[in-house]
Design a protein around this ligand. Structure first.
Ligand SMILES: *C/C=C(C)/C=C/C=C(C)/C=C/C1=C(C)CCCC1(C)C
Length: 244
């Protein structure tokens, strides 16, 4: 373990930079979402608490991932996937809470959680047990993508989209559509990061020696976790002034 590296960020290391900013941003967002619970309607307090938990859980993991990365220069794959296994299901909870008033059932939540666990377990096998070959990375990446597509479909056309539409609440409908955009564009950054690992298509195509996996994951996490929370916050604030 290189102790010197633990104490400072090398100038030419953008990955270390994003680990530090990511950590602070998650922590600050968590405080913000938690504090703002007192300024929204009762029915939104739980949603805001979930937003605070998502960024809070991420902050704790960033604290450890940052140090792990600085000390070893390697991807903190296990910590990363533990973080996601907790936070992605919580993002599914946000979808559920937003559409609950329109009749969302618990089984919708379970289906989304199951799809995310599938997506993450297969992704983890793809990354953690890589033999550096393209076929390993491709097969597990493709299996993982099935889970991703299921969530994407549910958010855009399936139950979540339909419930949001039938909610008769324009703010909820618009908010859920914005979250669906996050899933389409923001979440798509993750498979790009995955393809940067040795054996991944981007890594092979550009002949990279090092892996830029964490750069993509860190940027994606900040966009998605904080962005999701802000959209939910926006819904809570706007529908308070619109309909009661
Ligand atoms: C806060 C963390 C979030 C929103 C993480 C999302 C992660 C994904 C959407 C990961 C998707 C993957 C694929 C679709 C294929 C390759 C393997 C993964 C796990 C990177």
């Amino acid at each position: 373990m290189n102790l010197l590296n633990v104490l400072t960020i090398p100038k030419n290391d953008p990955i270390a930079f994003t680990f530090f900013t990511g950590y602070m941003a998650m922590l600050a967002s968590s405080v913000f979402f938690f504090a703002e619970r007192s300024s929204v309607d009762g029915k939104w307090k739980l949603s805001l608490l979930v937003s605070a938990l998502i960024t809070g859980i991420a902050a704790v993991h960033y604290y450890y991932m940052r140090d792990y990365y600085l000390a070893t220069g390697e991807n903190p794959t296990a910590l990363r996937y533990i973080d996601w296994t907790l936070t992605v299901p919580l993002m599914c909870v946000e979808f559920y809470l937003l559409t609950k008033a329109a009749g969302a059932k618990l089984n919708l939540l379970w289906k989304l959680i199951l799809a995310s666990v599938w997506m993450l377990v297969t992704g983890y096998i793809g990354e953690a047990f890589t033999d550096g070959s393209s076929s390993h990375s491709f097969i597990w990446g493709a299996l993982s993508t099935l889970g991703y597509i299921y969530i994407l479909y549910t958010a855009w056309f399936g139950e979540v989209a339909q419930l949001a539409k039938s909610s008769q609440n324009a703010t909820v409908e618009k908010g859920v559509r914005t979250l669906a955009w996050f899933v389409l564009v923001g979440w798509a950054i993750y498979p790009i990061g995955y393809m940067c690992m040795p054996g991944g298509w981007l890594n092979t195509a550009f002949g990279w020696e090092s892996s830029n996996v964490d750069l993509f994951y860190n940027i994606a996490d900040a966009i998605n976790k904080i962005g999701f929370g802000l959209v939910v916050y926006g819904i809570a604030v706007n529908s308070k002034s619109a309909t009661a």
